[in-house]
Design a protein around this ligand. Structure first.
Ligand code: DAH
Length: 336
């Protein structure tokens, strides 16, 4: 009997174990055959013989059961091992998301000014007439209101046409000195290859107590900023007009698409309308009427404003502004 039990314990598969069970306890099994012998045993020995057989049967049945339990546990363990998921394993994704070029340009410009200790301010997209126009020296009768194709919500509220109203909100909330930028969405009734009804701007404002801020300060900061963004470009300030600044300038950089590397001169191309220059921002010395509207006295400052999409298009050499808003994954995938 011990031999059978040893064989059972050596068994390493459920199929082999079942064969062994049939071999011992099946209809034609060796132990079953012993039971058949009962008939031939003399009566007085029957009791002992039967007790002995039953004992063997119990021991073998128990050994079979134990081995079965062991093999089932081993099988389960194997299964768990092969199906195991390592939740801590790091697999770099092949389809990583990335910042939209407008968002990354916005972050880049904002963080440039944050490094110069400018704060980042915010304002509502639905703006009132006072903040969007009136306080920025754009009274109702002023023809400069026509410069901006405004979406009116009603006769008092508009979708803000620029980020300049955040200047007003910030000055009404804080005392000078102020150094702030305000990035965000703006809205105008306009739609062609260079205009979309929603786009982004960043507004900048510096205000100091006393008559200390000069155009030279503004010029220096703008030149440093534009060299940071576009590298080695030429920069020119062109006299211009904005109601909220006096004097005002528009700033151009030499065209980054048609510069001749040898002569360092611009040949002119379609992007710069063959002028060799690209307009990139507006700026100026804050008009005293603006300070008056927010109740500031004896202060001086400069302001600037620029379109984020224009910067993104120039930095990434994107041809059509509208492609920035089409959410085409083939385009966006190039900016990972
Ligand atoms: N708000 C102007 C616009 O939307 C941009 C601008 C120009 C802002 C000159 C300024 C500035 O602060 O000084 O076109």
């Amino acid at each position: 009997m011990q031999e059978w039990i040893d064989n059972i314990k050596k068994c390493d598969s459920l199929e082999d174990l079942e064969s062994l069970r049939i071999e011992i306890l099946g209809k034609k099994g060796v132990l079953t055959a012993q039971f058949a012998k009962m008939k031939t045993i003399p009566n007085e020995e029957k009791k002992l013989f039967a007790a002995n057989l039953n004992q063997q049967k119990t021991a073998i049945t128990a050994a079979l059961e134990d081995q079965k339990t062991l093999l089932l546990a081993k099988e389960l363990e194997k299964e768990l091992e092969s199906e195991k998921i390592d939740v801590t394993k790091f697999e770099p994704s092949k389809n990583n998301g990335a910042y939209h070029p407008v968002a990354s340009t916005l972050h880049q410009i904002t963080s440039y000014f944050q490094n110069l200790n400018f704060s980042v301010e915010d304002g509502p997209l639905v703006e009132d007439d006072f903040h969007n126009f009136e306080a920025l020296n754009l009274p109702a009768y002023h023809p400069a209101r026509d410069m901006q194709d405004t979406f009116y919500c009603n006769d008092k509220m508009v979708l803000r046409t620029h980020t300049s109203p955040v200047q007003i909100r910030t000055m009404m909330k804080h005392k000078p000195p102020i150094r702030m930028v305000a990035p965000g969405a703006v809205f105008r009734k306009d739609f062609d290859i260079t205009h979309t009804p929603m786009f982004h701007q960043i507004e900048g404002l510096v205000v100091e107590n006393g008559d200390v801020v000069s155009f030279a300060n503004l010029k220096f900061v703008m030149e440093e900023f534009l060299h940071h963004m576009f590298g080695d470009v030429n920069i020119r300030f062109r006299p211009s007009f904005f109601p909220f600044t006096e004097p005002s300038a528009e700033v151009d950089i030499s065209c980054i698409f048609c510069k001749d590397e040898k002569t360092n001169k611009n040949k002119g191309c379609r992007v710069c309308s063959h002028t060799g220059w690209l307009e990139v921002l507006g700026c100026g010395i804050v008009d005293q009427n603006v300070f008056e509207a927010v109740g500031y006295e004896n202060v001086s400052g400069y302001a600037f404003g620029l379109g984020i999409e224009r910067f993104a298009m120039l930095i990434h050499k994107i041809g059509d502004l509208r492609s920035l808003f089409e959410s085409d994954i083939r385009l966006l995938g190039q900016f990972r």
